[in-house]
Design a protein around this ligand. Sequence first.
Ligand code: GTP
Ligand code: MG
Length: 197
Amino acid sequence: MINYNNSEFLLSAAGSGQFLRGGGFPTIAIAGRSNVGKSSVINSLVRRKNFARTSAQPGKTAHVNYFKVDETFYLADLPGYGYAKVSKSEKERWARLMESFFAESGLITAGILIVDARHKPTGDDVTMCNWFKGTGVPLLAVANKLDKLKKSEIEPNLKRIEDTLNLVLTQLLPYSAETNYNRDKLEESIAGLLQTA
Ligand code: GTP
Ligand code: MG
């Protein structure tokens, strides 16, 4: 069993020169739209409110934030995308950073794509999903903010996400970082990702 309590922040990479290489543990990258709850899902996993920063102000300077979990694996919190108020130059910086991240093989062992359970995935979500698929690493999709859905909305929304992202072999896990709904399943899935990787 992984003790998620035993987690620490490692570094914040502003450029490809700082990406974690040869760290000795597998790396799981977490990606998603700005404000979808990447940091909140990480906080939920490690049982700490302010571990990965939750942003009141989305779309700040893009960094890849690395955490180490229980001397077992690294989590790479990828910078969010799709925030409308980001300047053109910031968007270009984000694109350069992510292109260099996904172009280099060996940086990630598995991926987690977080989408909003309420919405049809955006074009950017589809692009990110395809970047993950292109690496060939195992992928898990998480539909976060499930607590914001009515019961009757859950099934159709999950179906729409699966269809839009064309998830065939990829598991889609409904989740709430707010209530920790399915946290045990997320831990199981991560264990599975680490095993198949
Ligand atoms: P960036 O780092 O800016 O890309 O955002 P992020 O993806 O890390 O999102 P963050 O974790 O900062 O969460 C954004 C907002 O959504 C915060 O106000 C969170 O409290 C809220 N939030 C995150 N997950 C959930 C959830 O499962 N349910 C609800 N109701 N709110 C959530
Ligand atoms: Mg964040």
